[in-house]
Design a protein around this ligand. Structure first.
Ligand SMILES: [Zn+2]
Length: 89
C-alpha cells in the first residue's frame, strides 16, 4: 500500500519517501532565459564596454550549466538515491 507522497523504488523494493528537488529551479531557468534575451538586446552596450561587461556576460553564460542541471533534477529515493519515475495512473 502506498501512503500519500510515497513512491515505489524498484531498487529498494518498497515504497519510500522521495527526495524532492526545489521546484523553483524551473523558474530560475526561465528567468535565466529572460536575462539572456535582455543581454542580447543590450549587446551593443556590452560590446561598447568590452573590458568589464563582456567578461560579466560570459560569467552569466557560464551559469547556464548549473541552472539547467538543477532544473532537470528528478525525485530520488531517500534510501538508495536512485532516480524515481512518477507512478502510473
Ligand atoms: Zn531506493
Amino acid at each position: 500500500m502506498s501512503n500519500r507522497g510515497e513512491v515505489y523504488c524498484a531498487r529498494c523494493g518498497h515504497d519510500v519517501e522521495p527526495v524532492r528537488p526545489w521546484r523553483g529551479f524551473v523558474w530560475v531557468k526561465r528567468a535565466w532565459y529572460g536575462g539572456l534575451v535582455v543581454l542580447g538586446l543590450l549587446l551593443p552596450v556590452v560590446l561598447s564596454e568590452i573590458t568589464l561587461l563582456l567578461p560579466l556576460a560570459m560569467f552569466y553564460a557560464l551559469a547556464a550549466g548549473p541552472i539547467h542541471m538543477l532544473a532537470a533534477e528528478r525525485h530520488s529515493c531517500s534510501d538508495c538515491g536512485a532516480e524515481l519515475r512518477p507512478a502510473a495512473k
